[in-house]
Design a protein around this ligand. Structure first.
Ligand code: 0L1
Ligand code: MG
Length: 262
């Protein structure tokens, strides 16, 4: 690691304050160009520790930048991983207050809920499917704390991969009931289709993103516990939203979910 504990704690406090106060910042690698991946995930861990100390509960995990559309949109080539806490969750059809956010965008997600823990290394699509209880649709609201979404991957990881709000719902199905590669995904904003995709847009198979997450955590001697909900990454590029927008997502065979921005 290139950063000491004091610097990591200070950067976590800075990024979380930006999140809580809806204030943007320049990417942190501008001042810490030597920051490495372990530093980036240590800052993210410290943000989680701060939230848990205030009573938050982990609500799930996320993989990000797992589709070519998202990678191209953000000019990057590697998936990243983050966490969700209960305060990020929005009820189905519920409201997201844009005044609490900086520059929110929405993306359609295929979400997995595990019945068995997954521990890497060595996880693959097969082990993920065997460990999955059900899949269901979700909308992730991302809100990078970096000005104009200008960042590099280490800065994004430190910023908990832009995690902000999410909704899950629809019609949960066992993985045996769907072909996760050909699942059609349609997202609408204010009644107009804004993105269309299929499950295979996520690393060829969305379970591959969950396997990558398990292998990533395995390198840190951690696992994905049974019962965890995992967002496997935006199927399409993210779409900007503002107050007054209504966003709905339908995923073939899994029903739909929606959000209103106020
Ligand atoms: O969920 C995601 O795809 C996170 C992406 C992080 C970068 C961004 O803010 O687009
Ligand atoms: Mg996402």
């Amino acid at each position: 690691m290139a950063l000491n504990a004091t610097t990591i704690a200070g950067l976590a406090e800075h990024l979380e304050s930006c999140e809580l106060q809806a204030r943007d910042t320049l990417k942190i690698t501008d001042e810490h160009p030597d920051m490495d991946w372990d530093d980036a995930y240590a800052i993210q861990d410290e943000i989680l520790r701060r939230k848990l100390a205030r009573g938050a509960k982990v609500a799930g995990l996320k993989a990000g930048l797992t589709s070519h559309a998202k990678m191209k949109q953000m000019g990057v080539e590697t998936p990243v991983f983050g966490f969700l806490v209960d305060g990020f969750g929005v009820p189905e059809g519920g409201e997201v207050k844009v005044g609490e956010l900086i520059h929110p965008k929405v993306e359609p997600e295929i979400c997995f809920v595990l019945k068995k823990a997954l521990r890497g290394p060595g996880c693959h699509i097969g082990t993920v499917l065997a460990a999955t209880d059900f899949v269901l649709p979700g909308i992730e609201v991302i809100d990078s704390r970096y000005r104009d979404f200008k960042f590099d991957l280490k800065s994004v990881v430190a910023d908990n991969t832009s995690a902000s709000r999410f909704v899950v719902g629809g019609q949960a199905q066992p993985v045996s009931a769907v072909d996760l590669r050909t699942l059609g995904v349609v997202m609408e904003k204010n009644g107009e289709i804004v993105s269309i995709g299929a499950g295979a847009a996520v690393l060829g198979h969305p379970a591959a993103a969950v396997a990558m997450l398990a292998n990533h955590l395995g390198q840190r001697d951690r696992e994905i516990p049974a019962g965890t909900m995992i967002m496997s990454g935006g199927v399409t590029e993210a779409v900007a939203v503002q107050a007054g927008d209504h966003v709905s997502l339908r995923i073939q065979g899994l029903g739909g979910v929606s959000l209103r921005f106020v």
